[in-house]
Design a binder for this molecule. Structure first.
Ligand code: ATP
Ligand code: MG
Length: 578
């Protein structure tokens, strides 16, 4: 029947793909879940398909890798997969309200107060994408008006992170470049009566704000508040002695409008201005003024600023400045991998992680080190779109984009994380040539086999339980006896032939005559249930085939039945994902 044919075809492709990805052996459960994922219409009747799926899995597994590859190429298994992925990845952002081709200006405005992370990547990518979509401009503006938080190293780290992401702003500037201009707008807004200098104690300000009561400084005579204004900018006030507040409405429901702070005095070294300047605008004042003066047409920011939108426009209206369109999107962070400095800083400073590029962190430096490609981040961010729904996707959702990219450039090699020695009674001692990748042209390598071979502890346990297993690309083995020696136990095994048998586990191995010590560092969830996960980094001091020592640092390896890794130094890799 035609319909059955298609189902069969679909299953066969899935099985082949899975088999090839796992070194020649498809996994039955993975295949079932992939079938249901790809053909949700089959879900209700999946039970009926199980015998068919089983049959195809067995058929495919009984072929050797080379024949599986031939069949896969005949059925265009990988082409179709790539095409489908491409369609999904070409996610586009929705049109921008009021955007005119060639006239859109967006900006990414980080405060240089920390290392850039996945959340910044989201904001910067969306900003850049819109600028591109409308053939407009992207501004990178360092919002640096709080010298207590900002440091030169963060400007550099942010620039570096964006460069790595492939984000090329048309203009790079600092808000602090405009400090005098911002101060003159500050003087203007006070002298025209839309803001005032407040000298109340900060506790009193808080309580009046909470109660919605006007502050006495609000109703000073004009001559008095002009004097205060002059003193504010001529350096007569000490830090914390006076602030400039917007004349909002103290009984406003939206507390952001209860006379918020526009300027404060800060005595600290500013990374760009040194000690020349003491009166600094707040974000609430600097952001709208800068956006307007910079010609930004569409200003995007995260949703938690929503309550401040009214203030943003009020400031611009008071100053008679052009109003950009404001847009919000949700904050992004991964489940179990917070971006907040409040949570990460103690871990870095307390030595609980190795630094801001520790592979467990969501910083761009960490993602880069771990082997996440910038292109994967772009695709992932665009797939999320600009919804307002709070997103805490699992890290796996980024991984799936990355996997597609690194799949074709990763060498398939063997690594054994917990080596157990086996000795083969009747070995075949040869040099075998193995392909470095099932489909991509990544060359071949020669492996010297031996009568002593290492397999993983979990696989050795299967042998012990009487199961026959296949050493991938080599031959099948069965346990003869568990032998004891003073240096430890080893397993004596019998080579039971090269015939490919369905349903016997295929395992990776490393030959004693062709091995190097090899360490893989595996990052796990940094937080579980809001608590730092003390067990979030695993180190496997195992062995790999000697070819692993010839791989260039920085390249990708897919250790068969283990996962993708990126080589850090000779003999040490970080696990990227499975
Ligand atoms: P932090 O508290 O980490 O400093 P922030 O929001 O103050 O966070 P900025 O450096 O000021 O960080 O952010 C620059 C831009 O990046 C802003 O437009 C901000 O909205 C956006 N952004 C920051 N964090 C995230 C995030 N987690 N997801 C999406 N966008 C973010
Ligand atoms: Mg910040």
């Amino acid at each position: 029947m035609a319909l059955d044919d298609t189902i069969q075809q679909v299953i066969k492709k899935i099985v082949l793909r899975n088999a090839i990805e796992y070194g020649g052996s498809a996994k039955y459960d993975t295949v079932i879940s992939k079938v249901v994922g790809l053909r949700p219409d089959l879900r209700p009747t999946i039970k009926e398909q199980i015998p068919l799926i089983k049959k195809i899995v067995d058929e495919v597994n009984s072929l050797d890798l080379a024949d599986q590859e031939k069949m896969a190429s005949k059925l265009s298994v990988f082409e179709n997969v790539h095409k489908a992925a491409k369609r999904k990845e070409e996610a586009k952002l929705p049109p921008l309200q009021g955007a005119i081709m060639g006239k859109v200006v967006t900006r990414f405005p980080p405060e240089p107060n920390g290392y850039p992370h996945i959340g910044h990547a989201k904001a910067a990518i969306i900003d850049q994408e819109y600028a591109k979509m409308y053939e407009g401009k992207l501004i990178l503006r360092f919002d640096d008006t709080n010298p207590l938080n900002e440091q030169l190293k963060y400007y550099d780290a942010i620039k570096e992170g964006l460069e790595w992401l492939g984000i090329k702003p048309d203009l790079v500037k600092n808000t602090s470049d405009d400090i005098k201009l911002l101060q003159s707008y500050g003087m203007k807004i006070v002298s025209q009566g839309d803001a005032y200098v407040c000298t109340c104690k900060s506790d009193d300000i808080h309580s009046m704000r909470a109660k919605g009561v006007d502050c006495p400084c609000r109703s000073l005579a004009r001559s008095d508040y002009i004097t205060r204004l002059e003193r504010f900018f001529d350096g007569s006030f000490e830090q914390n002695e006076a602030i400039i507040r917007f004349r909002g409405n103290m009984s406003e429901q939206n507390s952001a409008m209860r006379d918020p702070t526009l300027f404060r005095i800060i005595d600290a070294d500013h990374p760009k201005l040194g000690r020349r300047i003491r009166a600094f605008p707040t974000y609430d004042f600097a952001a709208p003024v800068e956006d307007s003066l910079d010609g930004v047409t569409h200003a995007m920011r995260t949703k938690e600023y929503e309550l401040r939108n009214a203030l943003y426009f009020s400031v611009l209206r008071s100053l008679g400045l052009r109003e950009p369109v404001l847009l919000e999107f949700s904050r992004l962070e991964f489940e179990g991998m917070p971006v907040s400095k409040r949570k990460l800083k103690p871990l870095v400073e307390g030595g609980l992680v190795s630094g801001w590029d520790d592979p467990r962190l969501p910083t761009l430096a960490a993602l880069r080190k771990r082997g996440i490609l910038p292109e994967a981040i772009h695709k992932f961010v665009l797939s999320l779109g600009i919804s307002l729904a709070d997103t805490k996707p699992p890290f796996e959702s980024l991984e799936s984009y990355n996997r597609k990219l690194i799949d074709m450039i990763s060498l398939r090699l063997f690594f054994v994380k917990h080596p157990v020695e086996i000795r083969i009674i009747n070995p075949i001692l040869v040099k075998i040539e193995l392909k470095n990748h099932p489909t991509a042209q990544l060359g071949t390598r020669n492996v010297q086999t031996s009568d002593r071979i290492y397999i993983d502890r979990a696989d050795a346990d299967r042998l012990k339980s009487g199961q026959e297993i296949r050493l991938m690309e080599l031959y099948n083995i069965r346990l003869d006896e568990v032998a004891q020696e003073k240096d430890g136990d080893y397993l004596r095994v019998i080579n039971t032939g090269q015939e490919i048998k369905p349903n016997i586990p295929k395992v990776q191995w490393v030959s004693k005559d062709d091995m190097v010590p090899f360490t893989v560092i595996v990052p796990d969830k940094l937080f579980s249930n809001e608590e730092f996960n003390k067990n979030s980094l695993h180190t496997y001091n195992g062995i790999a085939e000697s070819y692993a020592s010839k791989v260039r640092v920085g390249s990708f390896i897919q250790f068969v039945r283990f996962g993708f890794c990126r080589l850090q130094t000779n003999g040490v890799a970080i696990y990227t994902h499975d």
